[in-house]
Design a protein around this ligand. Structure first.
Ligand code: DX5
Ligand code: ZN
Length: 215
């Protein structure tokens, strides 16, 4: 098995028992936890803020992989860093231009955490080629951001080799949305090395079995 980073999305976890959910996915063999931050502007849903990240930081040593689906990410990055995010991924679509995106990447990296950039299904990967040597992670959305439990958009998977062929070997190429035991294989065979999965893992009776079936 290659080194695939699995990052369960707590969007589909039991919000009343996040400590236990984090423990259970860790016992299932994962090292990362994906936290979906939504502001009701960039996406039509509202979810989690820095306070929840801070609470999780106190009870887990999983890598807190924070997906910012928000406008003005620069305004909130310091709070998420302080709360304990280890990876901060923002959306290219909220940037005015490439130089703005570079400023956000620099802000994240200067804070000592990993920087990721994400593209929505309609965004062509070519638009971020010039940023690929500046980030640690690229998150290719394989559903429209906003909600868990949606169906994988197959056309988005073709972006994986395009990103891979234009990036340094060290880049983490993550996919997010509609990942299950079948779509995970499509993505990893095309070059993805990180899988976000929410409903598939958290609706399973046996998290370990679900995690292993992704590989
Ligand atoms: C969607 C989020 C995803 C979501 C994935 O906007 O970014 O992380 O939780 O959920 P599933 O795996 O259920 O598609
Ligand atoms: Zn996400």
């Amino acid at each position: 098995m290659k080194n695939i980073i699995i990052s369960p999305s707590i969007l589909s976890a039991d919000f009343a028992n996040l400590e236990q959910e984090a423990r259970l996915v860790k016992e299932a063999g994962v090292n990362w936890l994906h936290i979906d931050v939504m502001d009701g502007h960039f996406v039509p849903n509202i979810t989690i803020g820095p306070a929840v990240v801070k609470s999780l930081k106190n009870v887990t040593d999983l890598v807190l992989d924070t997906h910012l689906m928000i406008e003005n990410p620069e305004k909130y990055i310091p709070s998420f860093v302080q709360a304990g995010s280890d990876v901060l991924t923002f959306h290219y679509e909220v940037c005015n231009n490439l130089s703005h995106a570079t400023d956000i990447i620099n802000l994240i990296k200067k804070s000592g955490v990993k920087a990721g950039i994400s593209i929505k299904p309609a965004t062509p990967p070519e638009e971020i080629f010039s940023l690929l040597d500046k980030v640690d992670l690229v998150l290719i959305m394989t559903v429209e951001p906003g909600f868990g439990g949606q169906e994988f958009i197959h056309d988005c998977a073709m972006k994986i080799p395009m990103i891979k062929n234009n990036s340094p070997d060290s880049l983490i190429i993550q996919v997010d949305g509609g990942i299950n035991n079948l779509t995970s294989k499509i993505c990893t065979s095309l070059g993805a090395n990180s899988l976000v999965a929410g409903s598939y893992i958290f609706s399973a009776g046996d998290y370990k079995k679900a995690v292993q079936s992704l590989l």
